[in-house]
Design a protein around this ligand. Structure first.
Ligand code: ADP
Ligand code: MG
Length: 604
């Protein structure tokens, strides 16, 4: 479509707001334009956190020479024509405001060429005033250079943070753009230093590797499902890659990075039994949904949207994530040789990526050097030598095969054999071609925790009475804590009475945790009560039950009998999530027969 001005009634229906508030929003808008232009290679270069210099180069369709002036007008767009089109937007942009807003507050230079024009056009516009226009030779595609943002609006410039902080905002934007478009090869250069380079091979896992590193990429569970009216495809992290905040919950709707309470909640609910409180999962997945099911015209930065049927989406996503977590192998793998863990992708060729990217159209200011960029392993020289050995394909196959095994499926649980104990702490079990090493303390802690949680939910907690009672002396503050939480402590199975002065008699403790030292357990709980006053009730309860379970669980360096171990392991295996203790640590690790044979050089 050619670029046209929208009519006033359409303009009035567009969610209004300022799109350019900092360098990161300039980058976001311009890269989104490049994506809408069909580019498959986009380079973003910034200096000074983007305040003095942003250059974005794409190999998309270009802007027709006759449309350039109008493209910089407010409310000019080639993406929608009428308000009716708002109901079915498939492009990232549609408001027709970015170019006019950016050029109003910066010095902008554009070089652009379409396939059917012979020359490229170079166009300059500063603070909204056209500075010049000429024909030059350049390849197809578009380059925008934005210099000195807010140079003519000092009041707005004052609100910018330091270049380092502004640069971080841009990095976050780029990371999200890379993840939301794995089919596009992105190159991101900061102060002449390459920071990110993605393949553009449409492999989301490769992008996750580039952005989040090896550890995360090696601990992903693939999800893929088609529902009525929408589909989901991508990865969720195993609980072991959990993080302290929500910023690792990435999801994209029709190629757009957004934040949605509905989707975040669905994900977090699915993970709730698998992660400790205050831990948030990693995920990166794509939702493809009919545009009619969405309202993207809710927020000026297009970060929010509205679903036609939010409840349905919530249920589907929660179930999908929960099923993926419950049915997959979540046991961390003990590595023999580190390179077994990550699947090398020898199909990727770095040179090819370079060729994909359009050469820069404008003067190169300094040479860039890709030496320090984080790349998938095959590009690290040492590793690529390893991979070139002929053993490599076998290694890769085994690592993949292991991932897909489901030891803990109901029907497999009977076939597990307990081999014995080492270091008075770890139990070795064998199942088919794998050896598992189970930490008895973590396993016991998990089993106790789950038993108690079940009792708690069913209001079936019993008290084990102590004879004689255990007498404790409390500080005034501790006394307050006990008094204020007496009801809760009783609900959990404690029986506590004043014993004169600052002394209290602990007459009973939760029967499930009768192996714990009563004083020790109570003091732990009091400490937790003290710390936790800002948490929600259910979080606090979970926390304290986890604390009690830890206190009551058999420690490492304690011998337990073979029969005890066997019953503990079989109870552990019956849990929905046997893989992590309530604190999120693993209960077991694994090593395959193949790994061991490799160690002994029986196989290559
Ligand atoms: P919107 O993206 O909402 O349409 P913009 O102000 O961002 O509005 O861009 C105005 C128009 O300029 C777009 O509709 C598009 O036709 C054209 N345009 C902008 N950037 C590019 C680009 N990199 N490649 C091709 N066309 C572009
Ligand atoms: Mg746009």
């Amino acid at each position: 479509m050619s670029i046209r001005l929208l009519d006033q009634s359409t303009i009035n229906k567009i969610a209004a707001g300022e799109v350019v508030d900092r360098p990161a929003s300039v980058v976001k808008e311009l890269v989104e334009n490049a994506i809408d232009a069909g580019a498959n290679a986009i380079t973003v270069e910034i200096k000074d956190g983007g305040i003095s210099f942003i250059r974005i180069t794409d190999n998309g369709c270009g802007i027709p020479s006759e449309d350039i002036e109008i493209a910089f007008k407010r409310h000019s767009t080639s993406k929608i024509r009428t308000a009716a089109d708002l109901a079915s937007i498939s492009s990232l942009g549609f408001r027709g405001e970015a170019l006019s807003s950016i050029s109003a507050v910066a010095q902008v230079e554009l070089v652009t060429k379409t396939a059917d024009s012979f020359f490229a056009t170079r166009y300059r516009i500063n603070g909204g005033a056209e500075e010049g226009r000429e024909e030059i030779g350049a390849p197809e595609g578009t380059t925008f250079i934005v210099r000195n943002l807010f140079y003519n609006t000092p009041a707005r410039k004052k609100f910018l943070k330091t270049p380092a902080t502004e640069g971080n905002y841009i990095s976050n934007v780029i990371e999200q753009l890379c993840l939301s478009h794995p089919e596009i090869s992105f190159r991101y250069i900061v102060n002449n230093q390459p920071k990110i380079q993605t393949m553009g091979n449409n492999n989301l896992k490769d992008v996750i590797y580039v952005i989040y590193g090896r550890e995360t990429a090696a601990n992903l569970i693939e999800i893929e499902e088609s529902f009525e009216k929408f589909s989901v495809k991508g990865y969720i992290g195993k609980p072991s890659v959990s993080r302290g905040n929500r910023s690792f919950e990435n999801y994209y709707i029709n190629g757009r990075y957004i934040k949605s309470n509905i989707i975040s909640k669905a994900i977090e609910e699915a993970y709730s039994g698998f992660l400790m409180q205050h831990k948030y999962p990693f995920c990166a997945f794509h939702i493809t949904i009919e545009p009619e099911q969405l309202d993207v015209n809710v927020h000026p930065s297009k970060m929010e949207l509205r679903f036609a049927n939010g409840n349905y989406i919530f249920d589907c996503i929660r179930q999908l994530v929960y099923d993926a977590l419950s049915h997959r192998e979540l046991i961390p793998k003990a590595s023999v040789d580190s390179h077994i863990e990550h699947k090398p992708d020898t199909s990727v060729n770095y040179t090819r990526v370079h060729e994909n990217i359009q050469p820069d159209l404008t003067v190169k200011e300094e040479k860039t050097d890709f030496k320090n960029t984080r790349m998938p392993e095959p590009f690290e020289t040492k590793r690529s030598e390893e991979y070139s050995k002929k053993v490599e394909p076998v290694v890769y196959k085994q690592a993949e095969l292991f991932d897909d095994k489901m030891l803990l499926r109901e029907e497999n649980k009977a076939d597990i054999s307990v081999i014995g104990q080492v270091f008075d702490t770890y139990w070795i079990i064998q199942y088919e071609e794998n050896m598992y090493i189970i930490d008895q303390h973590a396993a016991h802690e998990k089993v106790l925790f789950e038993r108690f949680m079940k009792d708690y939910r069913e209001c079936a907690i019993t008290t084990q009475y102590l004879s004689p009672p255990s007498v404790i002396s409390l500080t005034g503050h501790e006394e307050d804590l006990i008094k204020n939480n007496m009801q809760y402590l009783e609900n959990c199975g404690f029986a506590i009475e004043p014993f004169g002065g600052n002394e209290y008699a602990v007459r009973g403790i939760p029967a499930r945790f009768s192996a714990a030292d009563p004083k020790d357990m109570l003091f732990e709980i009091l400490d937790a009560l003290d710390e936790n006053d800002r948490k929600t009730t259910s979080e606090v309860i979970r926390d304290r039950i986890a604390t009690m379970a830890c206190k009551a669980a058999v420690k490492g360096n304690n011998r337990i009998s073979y029969a005890e171990a066997k019953s503990l392991i079989s109870e552990l295996m019956k849990l929905d999530n046997p893989y992590n203790c309530p604190h999120g640590r693993p209960t077991m690790i694994s090593m395959s027969k193949y790994d061991i044979e490799k160690k002994f050089k029986r196989v290559l």
